[in-house]
Design a protein around this ligand. Structure first.
Ligand code: IPM
Ligand code: MN
Length: 383
């Protein structure tokens, strides 16, 4: 592919602000030898659309979006009343938050959240070695704790019982682990070529490996899926003898993310555990303001992936032109990377955008600036 149709969905809160400047950066790249991007803007899903139409997205949202190669999303969420029934969208009889409906609708079963501490970004962990944080958290994105099955018995009464089912399949585990190992293979090659921070891990054959995959579970308490994950992980790992492996319980992993974050490389976790770990990983790299993310279907490139920063809509700072656009800009760079697997111009644009963001962080990281000041500096730095 060399022409890319992108659904741009600014969403709520700071979403439209960070998206506006990101679209400006993308257009600057397009106009200067970048990839051919056709950016089509949608006002949904968002609470603004909801106020007008009574729902978060039109009924045929899936059909409307299916014709796009990728989705670029700002942020979703509005501080409405907690029990606003419209927070949820009914899909396949399951009530889902719109973000989750989108992930499910396009079977985006892998969520990738790189966590790299860039020069100039705030470093919250004091140890000098924490400068070297360079991990990729891969979150299972289609099942587990997020299947949305369960219910409330006798709601509102003292005898109420709420159940929330977790469903894990071997197929789901297999494919996410294999994806994690494939990413580790790429990272090992990047290190070999000197294009990524060097790392050494004890490898299965007694030597050293350039990349590692760490499995996260809570096997000591949640034994059924914990055991299935552990066995499936070992079976997949056997196909990758040059990649080191490790297993951490999620509570210990939280502690080690803080005490020795440099010891992690690729981390693979369930839907909810990955959700929690990626907020923590974002803070290791300077905070939610710099954490990009994508949701994709690696087994079917024709299902549009969705690129969205890890942060939310931050309604408390919305409309003030003070939200940092760095996470959204790095998310756009992830989208260009993905396109770059098939389009050399996109690959080059991704590198230019990332370098401009990094140069801006080095020059001004940590100082208080407006959304548009940061964006202007990044766009000027595209060179
Ligand atoms: C995220 C968010 C979502 C999630 C919420 C908004 C449903 O926290 O993308 O990390 O839990 O996946
Ligand atoms: Mn989250």
């Amino acid at each position: 592919r060399s022409h890319w149709k992108v659904a741009v969905m600014p969403g709520d809160g700071i979403g439209p602000e960070v998206m506006e400047v990101t679209v400006r950066a993308l257009r600057a790249l397009v106009d200067d030898g970048g990839p051919e991007l056709e950016l089509v803007e949608y006002g949904w899903p968002s609470h603004a659309w909801h106020r007008e139409h009574g729902r978060m997205m039109p009924e045929d949202w899936r059909e409307q979006l299916a014709g796009h190669d990728a989705i670029l999303l700002g942020a979703l969420g509005d501080p409405g009343p907690l029990h606003d029934p419209n927070r949820y969208l009914l899909s396949d009889g399951v009530s889902l938050q719109p973000l989750l409906a989108l992930r499910k609708g396009f079977d985006q079963w892998a969520c990738e959240r790189p966590a790299v501490l860039l020069d100039g970004a705030p470093q919250y962990i004091r140890d000098d070695r924490a400068r070297d944080v360079d991990m990729l958290v891969i979150r299972e994105n289609s099942e587990g704790e997020y299947v949305g099955q369960g219910g409330r018995l006798r709601p509102g009464t003292p005898d109420e019982v709420a159940t929330q089912m977790e469903v894990f399949t071997r197929r789901g585990a297999e494919r996410i682990f294999r994806h994690a190992f494939e990413r580790a293979v790429i990272r090992a090659a990047e290190r070999e070529a000197g294009r990524r921070r060097q790392r050494e891990f004890p490898s299965p054959d007694g030597g050293t490996a350039r990349a590692q995959v760490c499995l996260i579970t809570k096997r000591n308490a949640l034994q059924y899926w914990g055991d299935m994950y552990t066995e499936t992980f070992a079976a997949v790992a056997a196909d990758y003898p040059a990649i080191a492996t490790h297993h951490e319980l999620v509570d210990a992993a939280c502690m080690k993310f803080v005490t020795s974050p440099w010891a992690f490389d690729v981390v693979v976790a369930s839907n909810l555990q990955g959700d929690i770990l990626t907020d923590l990983a974002a803070v290791l790299c300077g905070g939610m303001g710099v954490a990009p993310s994508c949701n994709l279907n690696p087994s079917d490139r024709h299902q549009p992936p969705m690129f969205e920063p890890t942060h939310g809509s931050a309604p408390d700072i919305a409309g003030k032109n003070i939200a940092g656009p760095t996470a959204m800009l790095l998310t756009a760079a992830m989208m260009l990377d993905w396109m770059g697997e098939e389009d050399a111009r996109a690959r080059k644009a991704a590198a230019r955008l990332r370098e401009a963001v990094e140069a801006d962080l080095r020059a001004h990281g940590g100082s208080r600036r407006s959304t548009t000041d940061v964006a202007d500096a990044v766009i000027a730095g595209l060179g």
